[in-house]
Each structure stands twice: as C-alpha cells, then as structure tokens.
Design a protein around this ligand. Structure first.
Ligand code: DI6
Ligand code: FE
Length: 401
C-alpha cells in the first residue's frame, strides 16, 4: 500500500551529509521508500493514506551499532564504591568488574535477561532507534552465550527494531580457563562459533583485543574461524593501549573497529583502504574519564567513515540514549552535529553491513525514519538526553513508542 508523508523537511543523510530537502515529501510502498523529494514534485497518484508531519524534520531511524544490551545485574554498586575511594583493582580482587556481570548473566534465566534488557531497549527506542546491534560476551560458555544471543533475537521479534547479533565470546577469559587463554580461544573457534552459527544466532563475530583481554594473535585465530563460517568480523581495538588491532581488523576486511582512542595514523590508513568503519564510543570515553582522544584528524584526512554508538554495558558505558552519545561525540570528540548524525545513521549501517538497505532515506531503502519536532537537525546533538517530541516510522508503518 502506498503512503504519502508530507509537510516536513528531510535530512536524508545520503553520502554521509545532511543532504537536506526542504518542504519535502516521502512516498512509501509497503516497507520501502518509493519516492522522496520536494513536495512540489510528488508524483500525482491516489494515495490511500496521507500523513501530515506538521513541519517536522525527518531523519533516518537511529542505528545503535555497538551495544551490550543483554546482561545480568548491574554495576551501579561498584560505581558508588569507586567514588567512595575503593580502587578498581580492589573491586576486581573482590570478584567485581566484568566477572561479576558474567556470574549474574550465567545465573539469570533467559526470561529474566529478556525482561531486564527490554527495559533498556525501550529507552533506546524512545530515543528514535530503529536498528540495534547486540553482542554476547557475558556468558563465556556455550550455553550462556547461546542464552544471550537468543534473548537478542527475541528482542528483535518483540519490539519494533531490527536486531543484528554479534558473538563476542572472546570478550574476557572465563574462570574455568584461568591461565589457559589459548585453550579458551581454541574452544571458541572449534566449538562455540560453529555451534552458535549453525543455530542462526550470529550475524557477526567480535573480540576484545587488549593487553588485559586477548592478543592480536589470538584475535586472528577467532577471525580465521569466523571467515571459515562466512561471518563478518569486527573488533574492540585500541581502547586502552595500542596493539594495532584496528590494522589487523582491516586485514580481515572487518566491518568495523571500535573504541580506537590509541590508534595510530597507520591504523587509519589501513582501515580506510579496507573500508572498515571506525566506531567511536563517547559514552565509554566519558564514563572512564579518558583523556586520550581518538586521532580525529587522521580519521578525517584518510576518509575513514566514523560511526557513533552507545556501547551500552554495565561496566564502562551505562548509556540509555543515543542522542546523548551524539552530544558527547560533539563535546568530547569535537565532531560536528552533522558528522555525529551520520555516525548514528548511514555510517552505523555500514558498521553493521546493512548500508544497502538502511541508514539513509533514499529510493529503494527500507522506510525506517523519525519525524522530529525540532528546529534544525543540530538539535539532535544539542539537547542533553531527555525526550524529544517525535513520530517513529518503521518498515513504512508508524509505531507506538
Ligand atoms: N570494552 C568495554 O568498555 C567493555 N567491554 C569492552 O570490551 C567493558 C565491559 C564491562 O566492563 O562490563
Ligand atoms: Fe563494547
């Protein structure tokens, strides 16, 4: 069925810029965009449904391309302890940190994980998100990683959002494998990934490349296993130190390398050549009070596409708003509001391998868009969180949020 959406301005984000169409109209046919352009040129037709968007600014639905939305428990207690002077090392020695989230995630039932993740997801959806990536990585054994990925799939069925799942079994070393990290990598490559992929639970494979997680050589083994299964890869790289994981990711044509505070210009050159997207995570940068900025000038100079995501996780980025991340991308990373919005739309789509169908408003693409009651697109990066008046359309149909 054809629907006409009019009385709006559009920031289509085609080619990664606002690409503004003033006094615009959009024709959707079923789930897709059939026509978009100035209202004066709308093809004359009998539109069975016509929507007046009352002067709204229409953007693509936001895409949160890096999240750990599914996890047990939370770590606000540790946050409070740290601010009372307890050190991170003391908290970790007492079984806190990522290990505590692994214990809570393993102990939770699938339904419990679904219920807690659904609350966080709803907050992101109220912020205009229509696609999201959700990683595993707090299970760290086959059954628990499966449980997390199943919850991620179920969230995509229960809510008006497209979910891309990423297996992050190589996130941390589980206690059963203490001092045997190579054996755990072998277990991931030969047992976990093949089983989870066969169950259709994995859209991409990720790892944490860091001195306190896994080495580049170990990550490479995970990438080779993923490639054998025909799965694209991505990588947490250069968050705390420079191991050139982002160059390794580029060698494996990774969809993205993420965090990147400590990357070098050579890493940026490698990523640009491979078309690997740089996913910057200002929530983690802020929450950890990081001072090392990603090399913004090198990324821009070499034409690396930059995406922005929430990194929603209990340890380093308890972020429930993508728009707040846009603001932090501007204030902390000195991105422009236009770059930030491209980062949460078209470039985020590329980071998930879905830019052919999502991320910008163009003929033939999926009709996922938000009609915001704002004065100009920069408002999306300007307001600090809160809720903006809006209408959300997914697959050509307005959704209740
Ligand atoms: N980088 C991070 O910031 C998170 N994971 C990662 O690879 C931290 C996850 C946590 O502390 O729970
Ligand atoms: Fe992360």
């Amino acid at each position: 069925m054809k629907t006409l959406w009019q009385h709006c301005h559009v920031a289509s984000m085609a080619q990664g810029t606002y690409s503004i169409i003033e006094d615009a109209a959009i024709v959707t046919s079923g789930a897709h965009i059939e026509w978009i352009g100035p209202r004066s040129q709308v093809p004359s037709d009998d539109y069975p449904e016509v929507h007046d968007l009352a002067g709204a600014w229409v953007t693509p639905g936001l895409i949160d391309c890096h999240t750990h939305t599914v996890f047990g428990g939370n770590r606000s207690g540790e946050f409070e302890q740290r601010l009372q002077g307890v050190s991170y090392a003391e908290i970790a020695a007492a079984g806190g940190g990522i290990a505590s989230t692994v214990r809570a995630t393993r102990a939770a039932t699938e339904d419990e994980l679904f219920a807690s993740a659904a609350k966080r997801l709803k907050s992101l959806l109220r912020d205009g998100v229509t696609s999201i990536e959700i990683k595993s990585g707090y299970g760290l054994d086959l059954a628990s990683e499966r449980k997390m990925l199943r919850v991620a799939r179920r969230l995509g069925e229960a809510f008006a959002v497209s979910v891309r799942t990423t297996c992050l079994a190589a996130h941390a070393l589980p206690p059963e494998y203490a001092d045997r990290s190579d054996d755990y990598i072998e277990h991931i490559c030969s047992e976990m990934l093949p089983a989870l992929a066969a169950e259709g639970l994995v859209d991409a494979v990720d790892a944490f490349c860091e001195y306190l997680a896994f080495s580049p050589a170990q990550v490479e083994r995970v990438f080779i296993a993923a490639q054998k299964l025909g799965l694209p890869v991505k990588l947490h790289a250069e968050q705390l130190s420079s191991l050139h994981g982002s160059s390794l990711a580029a060698r494996y044509q990774a969809l993205s390398a993420d965090h990147l505070e400590f990357m070098t210009e050579d890493d940026a050159i490698a990523m640009a050549a491979a078309g690997t997207v740089a996913v910057l995570l200002p929530g983690a940068f802020y929450f950890l009070r990081e001072t090392q900025l990603p090399p913004m000038d090198a990324l821009r100079k070499h034409g690396v596409r930059i995406a922005i995501a929430s990194d929603l996780n209990p340890g380093t980025s308890p972020a429930l708003s993508v728009r707040l991340m846009l603001n932090m991308a501007c204030t902390c990373l000195r991105m422009t509001p236009e770059e930030a919005l491209a980062g949460a739309t078209i470039h985020a789509a590329s980071a998930l391998g879905m830019a052919d169908t999502h991320g910008s408003l163009e003929v033939g693409k999926v009709a996922d868009f938000v009609a915001w009651q704002i004065d100009r697109p920069a408002d999306l990066a300007y307001w600090l969180g809160g809720e903006l008046e809006k209408r959300v359309v997914r697959h050509g149909v307005e959704v209740e949020i």
